[in-house]
Ligand binder design. Structure first.
Ligand code: NAD
Length: 349
């Protein structure tokens, strides 16, 4: 079955979608609408049809699906208008700016019977999939802490991402990806507490980074961090279990795993440091640990659109569940509240 999509907003991310869609035989782009003439001109230069207005795009009976790829504050209104015009909708992340707005979007989907989903593409990141697999395999023993970080040193891009009203800031921009991944590790376990601090190193209007501690009912704590003034990066992933640890230092790197192999170490040789002595922190003997490299295999992000088409053809359920999107939205709200009140926020009990 062939499917046709139109794009609202033709900036950086829409270009990425356009290139990806070109790889499909059963999905085509009918055209785009952008409020900026320069972006419309860019589309024309690529021989992409440009509509005269959003209204004209929504009135085109050939369009079955609308991709909303505008700045974050515009997603809600465009998505609801599109569903009311009888179009299925893919919204870019973050779906919108609050759980109240998301509720309105979900109500519109129910009212109109249209399919509404969110492009949570980082579910197909190889590093995330590898960490998830290692956690689920039990090879590290009982997991008690996971740390997920993205670090850069260039501040926030100088566009709408610096404006609060437009949904700028790093919680909504990168946090939404990292939290979406984290919430898939223990989907049935309640997230009881959130404690977070935001940073404003380069920008006072929106957060340019944050650190959040998520406390789950199974005792696991997950630290999520986004930094944009970090000139030395900490590892992308650090996973601690009762029987071993795993680390992925950066995108494109494999996972290093170190596990205990059950040999007791009664003959620990204390380490002498300049000002003292320690047995606790002495390194392990080589025969009591096993070190391995786990290959990170990239997921196939084309599965996102394959799944969207299968949902439209009633062959599959959506991989991205709106209940998951809502859960992440509430965690982001708890992060803002925790920073503002300097309190631990009790979330799900
Ligand atoms: P961008 O600024 O490059 O592009 C946004 C475009 O939308 C601009 O061309 C702008 O003129 C246009 N626009 C603004 N308001 C509009 C309106 N009301 N109607 C029509 N067009 C409008 O931004 P971007 O980086 O492409 O980001 C767009 C969306 O994609 C954001 O929600 C962002 O969070 C998301 N994004 C997602 C990923 C991902 O990995 N999933 C990566 C980057 C961006």
């Amino acid at each position: 079955m062939k499917h046709t999509l139109a794009m609202v907003g033709f900036g950086g991310m829409a270009g990425w979608h356009y290139d990806l869609i070109e790889e499909f035989e059963d999905l085509t782009v009918a055209g785009v609408w952008d409020i900026k003439e320069e972006q419309r001109e860019l589309a024309r230069s690529k021989e992409i049809h440009v509509y005269g207005s959003l209204k004209e795009l929504l009135a085109d009976p050939a369009v079955e699906l609308v991709l909303v790829a505008t700045p974050n504050d515009a997603h809600k209104e465009i998505a609801i208008r599109a569903m009311e015009a009888g179009k299925h909708v893919i919204s870019e992340k973050p779906v919108t700016l609050s759980s109240k707005d998301l509720r309105e979007m979900m109500d519109a989907a129910e009212r109109t019977g249209m399919f509404f989903t969110v492009h949570q593409n980082r579910r197909w990141d190889g590093d995330f999939l590898t960490v998830k697999k290692v956690i689920e395999s039990g090879s590290l023993g009982e997991i008690y802490r996971v740390e997920s970080r993205v670090h850069g040193s260039r501040g926030i891009p100088g566009d709408w991402r610096q404006e609060k009203e437009r949904g700028g800031g790093m919680v909504l921009d990168w946090g939404v990806h990292l939290l979406d991944q984290i919430m898939l590790f223990f989907p049935d376990v309640k997230l009881q507490t959130v404690y977070a601090t935001l940073t404003h190193v380069t920008n006072h209007l929106v957060d340019d980074g944050f650190t959040a501690d998520l406390g789950f009912a199974n005792g696991v704590h997950i630290l999520v961090e986004v930094g944009t003034s970090n000139f030395i990066n900490l590892p992308r992933w650090y996973v601690l279990g009762s029987n071993g640890s795993a680390v992925i230092t950066n995108w494109g790197q494999d996972m290093q795993v170190v596990r205990a192999v059950g040999k007791t170490e009664e003959d620990v040789v204390p380490v002498r440091t300049a000002a003292g002595l320690t047995k606790t922190m002495a390194p392990r003997r080589d025969d009591s640990i096993c070190t391995e490299e786990v290959m990170v295999e990239g997921g196939n992000v084309k599965e996102f659109y394959q799944n969207v088409m299968a949902v439209l053809e009633k062959r599959e359920e959506s991989i991205i569940k709106l209940s998951q999107v809502m859960r992440v939205m509430k965690v982001m709200e708890a992060i803002f509240e925790s920073d503002a009140t300097r309190q631990v926020i009790n979330l799900e009990d």
